[in-house]
Structures are given as C-alpha cells and as structure tokens.
Design a protein around this ligand. Structure first.
Ligand code: MEV
Length: 308
C-alpha cells in the first residue's frame, strides 16, 4: 500500500488571467486530500466504480501514470468540492503521489507536470496554478518568464508558465462558500471566447496581471489595506470577465465591512469568496448572515507529502 496527501489552494490574485499567461498569486491552505492506493484484484475507488464521475480525476491520473494491474483507491478530503479551493487539483496530485510511491519514486516536479496534463484532459483549457500549488505547497507566483526562486516551468501549445516559490507573511483568510458548484472548464472557455471577441475584455485580463503584481508587493510590504483594495479591484475585474455571481457579490459586500478586502477565488460562477482580515469571527458571521458557509483557512507551507 502507498498513500499521499496534498493541500487545497486559494488564489489571492490573477485567476482566469493566468490561463492567458498573466501573473497570478496563490497559496496552499490547511485543508488537505489523502489518497491511498493498494493492488487487489479489481479497480475500485472508495468501494465504488472508478467510472463514477466523482472519480474522473483519480481515473485519469491512474490511466496516465499506472501501467500495472488494477488498484483499489481510498480517498479522504477536507476540501469542499466545486468551491474554488482546488479539490480536483489536490485529488489529482495526491493520486499521482500515491502511484509514484507505489512504483518506488517520489518526484514532485514530475508529479506537478503530470497533474497539469490530467487536469487539462479532464477539465479542458487550464493553467498549472492549481496543480502546482498543491504539489509545491506555500506561496506560489506564476509568471510567463522564469525568474529567481523558480520551481519549474510548464508549457502547452504556445503558452508557458513559470512557477516560483514566493514568500508571503502569515495571513488569515475567511472563505465564504456559496454552495453553488460551477465547473471550471466552461467558465474558462467562456472567458476565452469573450477575450477573442472583445478587445476591452482582453485589456481587463492584462489589468488583472498588473493588479496581481501590485497585490504581491503590498502583501510583502505588510500593507494589508492596499492588498485589500487590490483584491476588491480584482473582484470587479473578474465580474467584467463574466465569471461573477450575485451571491459572490453579496458575500464580498458583507465581508468587506470587517476585512481589508474580498474577492471571488478560483473559477467563479459560484464557488467561494476569500476575505483578507484580522477579524475572522466578525467576517465569518457577516458572510453567514448573508447566507454563506464561512470558514477560516491559513496559508500552509506543506505541499504533496508521502503518508504511507
Ligand atoms: C481555477 O482555480 C483557476 C483558473 O484560473 C483556471 C486555471 O488557471 O486553470 C480559473
């Protein structure tokens, strides 16, 4: 038997724009997924068929990365599904980690690359931000060109992403989950279509790239007020890309009364908001009063880990 554990993620700035090669900033969080793999006589996941849509990332990972006989997977996750917190990336990375471990290796950069391919196959157009953050843990800055603190670069078609280790201060975030699960693939495809049709939308994608770099500088300077204002601007820009939802607007308005700033996080269309705050209790209560499910998460340095 072998097992691996991988974290979920929060995108602080730059989702969607990162698919076009703009900068984005994310962090791994203290919610994790574990995957156990052992070789008995038939393919199973949690005692059920691997063909169930629930296990499509596990199945795609096994199809790409396992050449021997059938496996029995057991999965456990603390990351709510479809909430923008990287549950699919974490299960993909943890599955590939368990498979490599069964085969006697544990090559994290190779797993990050393979996980991006799995996500691309299952979800369609994507960037490696979710899968690489889950594999590496900690703060991650994605840029097109490699710079200092480079972890790895990943290319697809004519696009290239360079994933960098990025040190962030210890931060507390309150997540407000709408409970509306919106698949990422169609949201990403919708943005591509709007960008190709409308030059104004293309310029919003570039604005998000600039907001990301300003947001990173603000966080690293400890200027949380400036970082919060930039999160608010990033939220409005994401609305202008067409990935908002009235519930997300309601939650960010409620959260902003007690936080530095708030924005949707992940693909949008539902999913969650993230608020940067030093008053987590009041922020969480405000989100709950607005009809959301709120919980506090912290950034976590731990990426993919072998657990058995
Ligand atoms: C989803 O967590 C992040 C998106 O930018 C998609 C991607 O980068 O693959 C919306």
């Amino acid at each position: 038997m072998a097992a691996a554990s991988a974290p979920g993620k929060l995108i602080l700035f730059g989702e969607h724009a990162v698919v076009f090669g703009e900068p984005a900033l994310s962090t791994a969080i203290d919610l994790r997924t574990e995957v156990y793999a052992r070789p008995p006589p038939e393919w199973l996941a949690d005692g059920a068929s691997l063909d169930s849509p629930k296990y499509r990332y596990v199945k795609a990972a096994a199809t790409r990365a396992w050449r021997d006989g059938p496996l029995w997977f057991e999965t456990r996750s603390m990351i709510p599904v479809g909430s923008g917190l990287g549950s699919s990336a974490a299960v993909t990375v943890a599955t590939l980690g368990a498979l490599q471990s069964l085969g006697g290796t544990f090559d994290v950069p190779a797993i990050a690359r393979e996980a991006f391919e799995v996500e691309h196959e299952v979800q369609g157009r994507a960037s490696p931000i979710d899968t690489s953050t889950s594999a590496a843990g900690g703060g991650i800055l994605v840029r097109r060109d490699p710079g200092s603190n480079l972890l790895w670069s990943i290319s697809r078609d004519t696009r290239r992403w360079s994933l960098h280790r990025c040190s962030l201060p210890e931060l507390t975030f309150v997540v407000g989950d709408t409970g509306i699960s919106a698949p990422t693939g169609p949201l990403v495809a919708g943005v591509k279509e709007r960008v190709e049709r409308d030059a104004k939308v293309a310029s919003i994608v570039r604005d998000i790239g600039r907001i990301t770099l300003d947001g990173l500088a603000a966080l690293q300077d400890g200027d949380l007020e400036a970082a919060g204002r930039l999160m608010n601007r990033n939220h409005e820009a994401l609305n202008a890309l067409g990935v908002g939802h009235p519930m997300l607007d309601k939650f960010v308005a409620a959260a902003r009364a007690h936080s530095y700033g708030a924005k949707l996080t992940g693909a949008g269309g539902g999913g969650s908001i993230v608020a940067l705050t030093d008053d987590a209790d009041r922020t969480a209560r405000a989100i709950e009063a607005a009809g959301g499910r709120a919980f506090t998460v912290t950034s976590d340095a731990d990426g993919l880990r072998r657990i058995a």
